[in-house]
Write a protein that binds this ligand. Structure first.
Ligand code: AMP
Length: 307
């Protein structure tokens, strides 16, 4: 089934203890679409770039099956730019720069044939822009959303409004605590689900992810990797894999959500192996399938204890 992703398409400058990359392709919508395209089609991208964005980056997305007709070029400005530095503990990152550039005046205007998308992914963006995208869609089956501390602090009311319109929220543990005003994640999950999203996924970096629905609490590990080069985009890749699986199956019950968490985790485990989205570009379906199988072996618990 069709999947639409709205978010940033960006230039990123990234420093990790293992190296540095300057002005490489990044952005939440880039990672979401590059992950989702392994699982479903069509995958549609709605975002804005500036006059400085190279055609080769757009071609790279298109060649991998992403429908880029919603990617608008604003000739009056420069592309969104983000710079970040990771600590030795890769769960810790400092944002060094966020230049909104063309994003500051972005008015989403979905192409007519994107409006019927069945699964809608709202990547990390101003919640008023996320709401405007929803206004332009035709009753999607599922809306999956990401946000971050910046919007929780700066635009709490707009965030609450859009939260009331989404089915799944995917955020990290610090964001969940801040949004709920509650340090305990189980209580925080209850409070956040009362704000609107029936399903909540809390990402915990290298410690995996927790899923909360009406009838399911599920914990998935992160894949233990020896070589992690750059965690940038892991969260967005998770979202793309999660939503891509649901778009493919067209089922949204607790079991499907569990499977989606595993697919999201498996795809995210690849993206951290190289700088930027590079590892997603040449990934094969076979390598993905074998990582999913490895996940299963990693976390299958012995059953029937004390029976
Ligand atoms: P993640 O590592 O999954 O949190 O996502 C990293 C990506 O998010 C980078 O490629 C950035 O370009 C993008 N990004 C960083 N800050 C923002 C922001 N304030 N709004 C939207 N996208 C952002």
């Amino acid at each position: 089934m069709s999947l639409l992703a709205v978010g940033t398409v960006a230039f990123d400058t990234i420093e990790t203890p293992f190296g540095r990359a300057e002005r490489i392709l990044g952005g939440s919508a880039t990672y979401i679409t590059l992950a989702a395209r392994f699982l479903t089609e069509p995958v549609r991208l709605d975002a804005v770039v500036g006059r400085d964005f190279p055609d080769e980056h757009i071609a790279l997305l298109r060649e991998r099956g992403v429908d880029t007709r919603g990617l608008v070029r604003d000739p009056n400005g420069e592309t969104f730019f983000w710079a970040g530095r990771y600590h030795y503990d890769l769960n810790q990152r400092d944002t060094l720069a966020t230049h909104l550039n063309v994003l500051a005046t972005f008015e989403p205007n979905l192409p007519a044939d994107f409006r019927d998308s069945r699964v809608v992914c709202l990547g990390n963006l101003d919640p008023t822009v996320q709401a405007r995208v929803l206004d332009q869609t035709e009753a999607p089956d599922l809306v999956v959303m990401d946000t971050m501390n910046y919007w929780i602090e700066q635009t709490p009311e707009a965030l609450r409004d859009v939260l009331g319109r989404v089915d799944v929220l995917i955020i990290n543990d610090a964001e969940a605590r801040e949004l709920a005003g509650q340090p305990n994640l189980v209580r925080a999950a209850r409070a956040i689900r009362a704000m609107g999203p029936e399903t909540l996924v809390i990402k915990k970096g290298e410690h995996g992810a927790l899923l909360f629905t009406d009838d399911v609490v599920f914990s998935a590990p992160a894949y233990p990797l020896e070589d992690i080069h750059d965690p940038t985009g892991a969260g967005d890749t998770f979202l793309g894999g999660f939503a891509g699986h649901l778009a493919r199956t067209g089922t949204y019950d607790g079991e499907a959500m569990k499977e989606a968490v595993v697919l999201g985790s498996a795809l995210a485990s690849f993206v951290v192996e190289a700088f930027g989205p590079e590892r997603l570009l040449d990934l094969t379906p076979e390598a993905l399938a074998s990582r999913v199988a490895a996940f299963h072996r990693l976390s299958a618990m012995p059953a029937g204890l004390l029976a």
